[in-house]
Write a protein that binds this ligand. Structure first.
Ligand code: NAP
Length: 464
């Protein structure tokens, strides 16, 4: 087995860098170091933790051009999106720099007047994170920030496609003043590192972002050590466009939620459900705009859609288009000659499909690519039935200007995140997380620090 991880630019197929895979001994050593460092880091006072997090956030912003170029080069997304990702990640660091100072306990009335019950929160211990390639910066930052704010030590394994962003961000954390032992990274294949993390008694929590299948493996393997788990997993987001919606606005927001990062976003729209009375107008307007999106190397300023991450992704997406077309779907975008898989760089032209039926794979499988199938509905109850017919429950969206539609849709969508006239609902102060097979727990908001804390209480008796 190779000892190196070869990082390639997905827009060109060129090798950017080779980095060393950590050996089992090195990973176990990192775990031991993190466990030991917890004993001192947990004692650092909240203001100092907050100061270090703020300094880290500042350094990321000071180095944003360099970091964005790393993200674009290893992940492929356009530079402007890479900067957006970093700003989003930094907003989590800033938010948890503040929350570090607000880890409150409480006093609870006891059963008898001479007793006292004090509830307090303590950091859970060493936390291990495993992150995906689609947001190599922000996925790591929104785990590290609450963990460090809570007083946990942190060790992360980034995806093999995109380790360079994590390496640079952690260098900046050390520059900001975090001890090297408090925040660490290791590199290696997920299956190998995952096994070491899940079986380690020193690691008290695993926080994972990635596919539902891998999440299930980590949950199963963590059972033997009864670890705390946060799971941010796959999605299959519906977008519901009601008959009263502002169509131009819905088109614009759908493009934001569907085509960001070439459709490789867990909260990406995967299915568009449009009221039958506006179906033709919506499809036409969306197809025209999507056909005009500029595809290319993310380092070019004019690029709006970068490559997909690798050959497997490319083949999965093209297969979904072929499957849909073979079952009667029609492609309404005029750019299908632009799909390309030359020189180990894989581009899927942004595609809209109409005449879609529920037996097509794209209506159930996560696409993770720039393809949007459109189907229609008549009653809102029908839209809800289609929208909820999936094991996933991460993000959903609807467009309406009628508050009665909005309340009905919000109440009935089985999703952790709901965007009403909003294609970009992620925010550091909001609890991002999925229901059903999309995950466990939340990242962001006051909820996002809780998973890094243990609750305990002290019952004080009265010695006569
Ligand atoms: P993935 O295949 O699950 O990989 C994610 C991470 O898990 C990588 O670091 C990978 O390591 C590691 N991994 C793979 N097999 C493992 C195992 N057996 N044990 C432990 N770790 C293992 O997912 P992906 O393709 O990178 O990312 C796309 C998926 O992530 C999509 O399903 C997407 O919806 C989901 N996602 C969810 C959220 C959310 O917040 N809910 C956000 C972003 C993405 P390698 O480096 O070896 O591949």
């Amino acid at each position: 087995m190779s000892e190196q991880i070869i990082v390639k630019n997905p827009a060109t197929g060129e090798v950017i860098k080779e980095i060393k895979k950590n050996t089992v001994a090195e990973i176990n050593e990192a775990i031991t170091i993190g466990e030991k460092a917890f004993k001192t880091w947990k004692e650092v006072n909240a203001n100092e933790k907050s100061r270090l997090l703020r300094r880290w956030a500042d350094l990321i912003i000071e180095n944003i051009d360099e970091l964005a170029e790393i993200i674009t080069t290893e992940n492929g997304k356009p530079l402007v999106e890479a900067k957006g990702e970093l700003k989003s990640g930094v907003s989590y660091v800033e938010w948890y720099a503040e929350e570090a100072k607000r880890i409150y306990g409480r006093t609870v009335p006891a059963n008898s007047g001479d007793k006292r019950i004090l509830v307090s929160k303590q950091p859970i211990g060493l936390v291990a994170a495993i992150t995906p390639w689609n947001f190599p910066g922000s996925m790591m930052l929104r785990k590290a920030a609450p963990a460090l704010a809570a007083g946990c030590t942190f060790i992360v394994k980034p995806a093999v496609e995109t380790p360079l962003t994590t390496i640079r961000l952690i260098e900046l954390a050390h520059e900001a003043g975090f001890e090297k032992e408090v925040i660490q990274y290791v590199n290696g294949r997920g299956s190998v590192v995952g096994e070491l993390f899940t079986s380690s008694k020193a690691i008290k929590k695993i926080t994972f972002t990635g596919s539902t299948n891998v999440g299930k493996i980590l949950m199963r393997d963590s059972a033997s050590t009864v670890k705390s788990l946060t799971m941010e997993l796959g999605g299959h987001a519906p977008v519901i466009v009601c008959d009263d919606a502002d169509i131009d606005f819905a088109v614009e927001q759908t493009i934001i939620t569907k085509f960001r990062n070439a459709g490789q976003t867990c909260v990406c729209a995967n299915r568009l459900l449009v009221h039958e009375s506006i179906l033709d107008e919506f499809t036409e307007k969306l197809s025209e705009k999507v056909s005009a999106l500029n595809m290319g190397n993310g380092l070019n300023q004019e690029t709006e859609i970068g490559p997909v991450i690798n050959k497997d992704s490319y083949e999965k997406i093209i297969n979904q288009i072929d499957d849909a077309v073979s079952k009667g779907a029609e492609v309404t975008t005029n750019n299908q000659d632009k799909h390309s898989s030359e020189n180990e760089a894989y581009f899927v032209a942004p595609t809209i499909l109409k005449n879609v039926s529920l037996d097509m794979n794209i209506m159930y499988e996560e696409t993770f690519g720039p393809v949007a199938p459109i189907t229609s509905f008549n009653k809102l109850s029908e839209a809800i039935e289609i929208a909820n017919d999936t094991p996933y429950g991460l993000a959903s969206y609807f467009f309406t200007n009628d508050y009665r539609n909005a309340i009905y849709l919000h109440d009935n969508l089985d999703y952790g995140i709901v965007g009403w006239n909003d294609g970009a609902p992620t925010a550091a102060q909001a609890p991002f997380g999925g229901v059903k097979e999309s995950g466990l727990g939340s990242e962001g908001g006051i909820e996002g620090i809780e998973p890094y804390l243990e609750t305990k209480y002290l019952s004080i008796g009265n010695v006569e």
